[in-house]
Each structure stands twice: as C-alpha cells, then as structure tokens.
Design a protein around this ligand. Structure first.
Ligand code: ATP
Length: 481
C-alpha cells in the first residue's frame, strides 16, 4: 500500500498517560478497561512465553518483538492454516517464497522509493518525532503526545523503507531496501510462476514472509512494529472479473477469520470510499478487528487493477502479460490482493481468546481463572499430559507412552509437577484445549473396566470425561485439524 496515498484513522483519544508506556491508544472501550485488559494480555504473554521484547537484556529496541515458545507455535499454527486454506486446498493457487532483499529497480518501478512515506512532524520542545496523522488533538489543535507542546514543525514525508547495501561498498550503486511488503516479489515472478505451473486465469500466487517498515511511531504492542510478517495473495484475473472477485475474496477472508476463532461480529468491514483509496485501486476493503485499544486494520483486500504488472512491464521491458489460448487475446491481468498481517492476526487471536472468570474450588474458595480460549486448531499446545503422581513409575510410563504417540502429530506438553488442579490452571493460561490425566484406573488398579482409559478434561467448560486411550488420537486430531 502506498502510504502517501492513505491516511490512518486517528486512533488516539487525546489523553497521554500510563498507557503510553505500552503504546496503547484506546478508542473503543473506556480507557481504563481497555488499557487494563491490554496490560493483562501483555503481561500474560510475557509470563507464559508468548512474546518478549526484542533485545530485552540490552534495554530493548522500539518496534521489534521476539516470539517465545508458545508464541512461535501460535504464529506457526496461524501461518500453516492460512497456507493450507489458501494454497494446498485450492487448485487455482501456487505458493512462493521470495527474497527479502531485491533489486532496487523493483522499488523504483512500484513507486515505493518515491512515495512509500508517512507524514512526520517534529516537536520543537522535546524533539520527539510523530506521525502527523496520528497526533492527538485538543480544541482543534494538535499537540505532542510526549510533552504536550503545540510547537510542532510542518509535516514532511518520511520514507518507511529500511536501507542497506549489498556487498562491501557503501555506495548509491549498491543501495538496497529491506522489503516493506511481500507483494512485489510475487509480481516480478508472475511470468516464472505462470510458465512453470501452467495455471490459467484466474489464479493466485500466495506468499508468507517478513516485511520491514521504519514506522515513525511503532505502538500498540505487536500491532504496529518495524519488523513483521505478511500473508499475501495476488489473485490474477481477467479485467472484467476484478470487482466480483474482490467481493469473493472478502467472503473467503471473513470465513477464514471465523475458522480461526475470530467471529464476524468482531470484524468491521471498511469499504474505502472513492477518493480515499490508492489511485489505482477500484475497490478496497479494510478488515478491522475490535482490539482493546480500538477498531484497527487486520487486513486489506484491494482490487489493484493492472497497475503493478503494468509498472513492471514499463520499467523492466519484460512481457508480463497473459495469452488466452481460448480467445487468442493478449492482455495484462488484473489483480485482487488480500494482504493480511501475521502479527496483527496473532494479536487478535490473543485478544479474542483472553478471558478471566471467577471459579469456586471444592473447598468453596473462589479464585480468578485466567484462560486463553483459542480455537483448538490455533492453540500452541493441543494437549497436556499428566500422570496423577510423579512417583508412581507405572503412571509415568503410561503417560510418556501416550505423549510419544501424540507428539508426531501435535504439540503436547508433559507435566508431572504439582497438584492436578494447578497443572490444569497452567494449561488454561497457555490456552491448551485438552488435558489428559493418567490415574490408577488407567493402569487397571481399580478393576478391568477402566483399564486403558484416561480422564480427558476440557479447557472451556472444565468438564471431564473418561475416554479410551485407543480413541484419544482420533478424537484430538478431529478437533485440531
Ligand atoms: P496501516 O495503515 O495500519 O499502516 P497499511 O494499510 O499500510 O497498514 P498494508 O500495506 O495494506 O498496510 O499491509 C497489509 C497488512 O500488513 C496490514 O493489514 C497489516 O496487517 C500488516 N502490517 C502493515 N504494517 C504493519 C506494521 N507496521 N506492523 C504490523 N503489521 C503491519
């Protein structure tokens, strides 16, 4: 998306307070509720190993994040399901994986070198730099979110592409950029994929990969960072089919979010009006999610016409057009682009899953249960496996045996430490949908009826049922696939 052509909705609510520490800007719920919820999610993510600040032991680096053991599984499940849905389950889609650094000519042709900018202002009082279109405002006057001063410079364009040099010389000739989007690698490989896959229009090329933008103000946790991942599709078609396919992809993408546990009711479809879209786009939908800090973009679905291929034909001189065998026509395909953010969707999954409820234990004491209610196919750990007692070798052996059968198919967590109730709670916080307890019934100590059965405990209802070990694998596979 060409930043210069679009302005982001102002998510700020003018107040500057403790929330700024985490970079949260609320527009939807009351400030206190939304900030408190977001802070709880951030703290859980750190405590349970979903997300860490990058370079933390050296004070961090603004706009960069690391995914820990649970976070990487969650993100991987999301990417794998996107790939499965959009590539493997479709005849009309091919995948690819382009390089992050590409010939600079690509970014000249696409217009990024000239126009991939956000408007930036400096605060003359404290020297902080901010995106002009995201400045808080009071009584019709913008002010600096860091110190409150109204003494600001005029806005000027700041190009968001990170620069580097390929090779040992740091000269203008070997200047390269870290890609700010994955899409261009698809456009410049259009002919390669077409020739090698023998696809016919309409067909798409899909890619998941890192993108880098030197955002002026990274904020809202992993929502706006400087290094992130995108899941992008370029769906090539005949010009007359572009509008209708844009609506088709809107429906597909809404269905996808539903299938990962983000209900339609939480997604706002922003049909970008004429005059606010990029000039080459005939239709653009932004899909926005109700984050605790405000309704904000998850994905853009843009009908980009023949703009991108046209530009690369013009600049490279190569024939990136299409010959239709049936009609004997030669033309430049149009393209519909559903472009989603991995990190923003991961954040939406976390926000959607996070829940706290009051539960009462057997002794009548109430406590707060923190639970991540992930859809089982997204959950980082699918099943917790617990021997009732760790000092009973027969229980431990059986539990390890069950874990070993499940491990090749799913991520399981073997835990023998502490009371069973506490082990369940730990898995609730990790979002594990199922836990299996191996007890004395399992090993036949209380008679043959329950031999080789286990207790299966459900995360959301906390209900427990008895299940034969022989049925366990199929049951879990059906739930998580
Ligand atoms: P925004 O207006 O929020 O900056 P955009 O419209 O420029 O986003 P696109 O260029 O359309 O975004 O990129 C497609 C997707 O990539 C976005 O919908 C978002 O999910 C993701 N994305 C873009 N910029 C970032 C970022 N800085 N951090 C995390 N994800 C991002």
């Amino acid at each position: 998306m060409y930043k210069i052509f679009r302005s982001e909705k102002n998510e700020d609510d003018c107040r500057v307070d403790a929330a700024a520490r985490l970079g949260f800007h609320s527009a939807l719920m009351s400030k206190d509720v939304s900030t408190a919820r977001m802070e709880k999610i951030v703290s859980l993510c750190k405590r349970r190993g979903f997300i860490f600040q990058s370079s933390e032991i050296y004070g961090g680096l603004n706009g960069f994040w690391d995914y820990g053991p649970l976070g990487v599984e969650l993100k991987k499940n999301l990417k794998d399901f996107w790939w499965r849905r959009n590539v493997r389950e479709r005849d009309d889609m091919e995948g690819m994986d382009g390089s992050i650094i590409m010939n600079r000519a690509i970014w000249k042709a696409s217009g990024h070198e000239e126009t991939f900018s956000d408007p930036m202002v400096d605060c003359k009082a404290c020297n902080s730099r901010n995106r002009a279109d995201q400045l808080p405002e009071k009584d019709g006057k913008k002010f600096c979110p860091a110190c409150g001063s109204r003494d600001l410079t005029e806005a000027r364009d700041f190009n968001l592409m990170f620069k580097s040099h390929a090779g040992p010389l740091e000269s203008e000739d070997n200047l390269v950029y870290l890609r700010p989007e994955t899409a261009q690698a698809i456009f410049v490989n259009f002919r390669n994929v077409l020739d090698t896959s023998r696809q016919k229009l309409p067909f798409g090329i899909a890619q998941i990969g890192k993108a880098f933008r030197n955002e002026i103000n990274p904020r809202n946790y992993i929502f706006r960072s400087r290094e992130f991942e995108q899941m992008e599709i370029e769906y090539f078609c005949r010009p007359e089919d572009g509008m209708q396919l844009t609506d088709y992809w809107l429906e597909q993408r809404l269905k996808f979010y539903e299938d990962i546990g983000i209900p339609r009711s939480k997604i706002h479809i922003n049909d970008i009006p004429d005059g606010e879209r990029a000039f080459y786009s005939k239709k653009t939908y932004d899909l926005e999610y109700e984050f605790p800090f405000g309704v904000s973009e998850l994905e853009g679905i843009a009908y980009r016409t023949d703009y991108d291929l046209g530009k690369h034909i013009e600049h490279s001189g190569k024939p990136l057009d299409y010959f239709d065998e049936a009609t004997k026509e030669r033309f430049v395909p149009h393209v519909v682009e559903p472009s989603a953010g991995v990190d923003r969707t991961t954040l939406a999954l976390l926000c959607e899953a996070f829940d706290e409820e009051t539960v009462t234990d057997e002794k009548g004491n109430s406590e707060t249960r923190t639970v991540l209610r992930f859809h089982p196919r997204m959950a980082p750990i699918k099943c917790g496996i617990f021997p009732l007692l760790k000092n009973k070798p027969a229980l431990v052996e059986k539990a390890k045996e069950i874990a070993a059968t499940l491990r090749p198919i799913m991520n399981v967590f073997y835990d023998e430490g502490g009371a069973i109730g506490r082990r369940y709670r730990r898995q609730d916080e990790a979002g594990t949908p199922f836990c299996v307890t191996i007890d004395f019934d399992t090993i036949g100590e209380n008679g043959p009826e329950k031999l080789d059965t286990v207790t299966l405990r459900h995360r959301d209802s906390m209900a427990q049922e008895r299940m034969a070990i022989a049925d366990l694998k199929n049951y879990l596979v059906e739930k998580i696939s």
